[in-house]
Design a protein around this ligand. Structure first.
Ligand code: UD1
Ligand code: UDP
Length: 359
């Protein structure tokens, strides 16, 4: 039996191809949701739009400090794993859900498969970097999205036999959803936008939005971009960021701040934007896959493949460098090779898990 563990927006999206493959093959599996994300637009909307089965368990851990949230997830996951006793638990990415789930499983001697293993920003100020390193070192199967990720794992002494380069399941998710998105939603029309004539923004990294100077720099940079071009700036605001913008009390005139979108709506917006500004991991990958230039408002990235192919640049969090970065990224040629595989990562991962059953 396969246990699929998830808890946040990107995990639901990137686990969806694996869940679909388990369904298609009629495998014995269960979905354990930690409840790290719980607002409708951060959670339920993705199950509905992607037509995923409801989770078999929801731990409803909610928000908290890192240690508090991690501890609650570990205790809850342990209970379910003792009851279900799966042969393997799959975790995806770098959230507290991932590290806590992997720790709970490995101490019960249940095999752990880490989907999207081997990413490194080499910046331990990011909580996600700590989650990645810990998870990779206790996992039995490391599903690395790229050769670069595999090299990171080997450099840390992880046995090559545990590593399988699969591509990133985000490619499967984008391919599977883009056609549905085009048919089902007309998001540009609803928002009165013209293709390639607007900017799309997301920002939620703790080290950016919980830092007043950085958040101010980002918002001022966006206002400068909006003035210079001038094109609509569509900014679906993550709940963490919403709270921080309110606390900062900064005027965000001219920016089109909205609630987070569902995946189908967001994909439509992303695929037709002039340029995307973000600090998200998944959005750096998706823009690269969709052929849309990306300016990443950070100083490092665990997705160096996007820099190498030329889809993405790092622009930092100062208003000036953001504006300069947008000027140069918007002028870039929009053809590059997607480094994240051909959309069969979900199938490969499930194949490895089912083969492992018989070992
Ligand atoms: C988490 C992950 C991050 C991932 C992101 C995806 C960790 C350490 N961080 O960050 O790696 O990129 O999810 O979006 O695991 N909130 C709501 N409703 C929700 C969820 C959160 O209102 O459904 C608010 C709460 O005020 C909460 C804050 O957002 O305190 C932050 O939520 P949390 O899950 O702690 O971290 P994220 O910033 O979402
Ligand atoms: N996303 C979405 N609606 C939005 C913003 C983002 O569906 O309003 C999707 C996006 O397409 C990507 C994922 O959320 O698949 C990225 O999640 P997030 O940025 O929260 O986390 P990260 O990837 O940084 O861990």
């Amino acid at each position: 039996m396969i246990g699929i563990l998830l808890g946040t927006r990107p995990e639901i999206i990137k686990m969806s191809p694996i869940i679909r493959e388990c369904e298609r093959r009629d495998l014995d599996y269960f979905i354990l949701h930690t409840g790290q994300h719980y607002s409708y637009e951060m959670d339920r909307v993705f199950f509905e739009e992607l037509e995923l089965p409801d989770p078999d368990y929801n731990l409803d851990v909610g928000s908290g400090t890192h240690a508090g949230q991690t501890a609650k997830i570990m205790a809850g996951v342990e209970d379910v794993l003792i009851k279900e006793s799966p042969g393997i638990v799959l975790v995806q990415g770098d959230t507290n859900t991932v590290m806590a789930g992997a720790l709970a499983a490995s101490k019960l001697h249940i095999r752990v498969g880490h989907v999207e293993a081997g990413l490194r920003s080499f910046n331990r100020r990011m909580p996600e970097e700590i989650n990645r390193v810990v998870t990779d070192h206790i996992s039995d199967y490391l599903f690395a999205p790229t050769e670069n990720a595999r090299m990171n794992l080997l450099a840390e002494g992880i046995d090559d036999k545990k590593i399988c380069v699969t591509g990133n399941t985000v490619v499967d998710a984008v391919y599977q959803s883009l056609e549905i998105a085009k048919k089902r939603a007309d998001t540009l029309k609803d928002l009165d936008l013209e293709p390639r004539n607007y900017f799309l923004v997301t920002a939620h990294r703790q080290e950016n939005v919980d830092n007043r100077a950085r958040l101010r720099g980002i918002l001022e940079g966006l206002i400068e971009v909006q003035k210079e071009f001038p094109l609509p700036v569509v900014f679906p605001v993550h709940p963490r960021t919403e709270k921080r913008i309110k606390e900062l009390g900064i005027e965000v005139n001219g920016l089109n701040l909205t609630k987070p979108f569902g995946f189908l709506e967001f994909l439509q917006l992303e695929s037709q934007a002039k340029l995307v500004l973000t600090d998200s991991g998944g959005v750096q990958e998706e823009t690269c896959i969709l052929g849309v230039p990306c300016a990443t408002m950070r100083y490092d990235t665990e997705r160096p493949e996007t820099l190498d192919v030329g889809s993405n640049i790092l622009v930092g969090t100062d208003a000036e460098t953001i504006l300069e970065g947008v000027r140069s990224a918007a002028a870039r040629k929009q053809s590059w090779k997607n480094p994240y595989g051909d959309g069969i990562a979900g199938k490969m991962i499930v194949m490895v898990c089912t083969a492992a059953r018989t070992q």
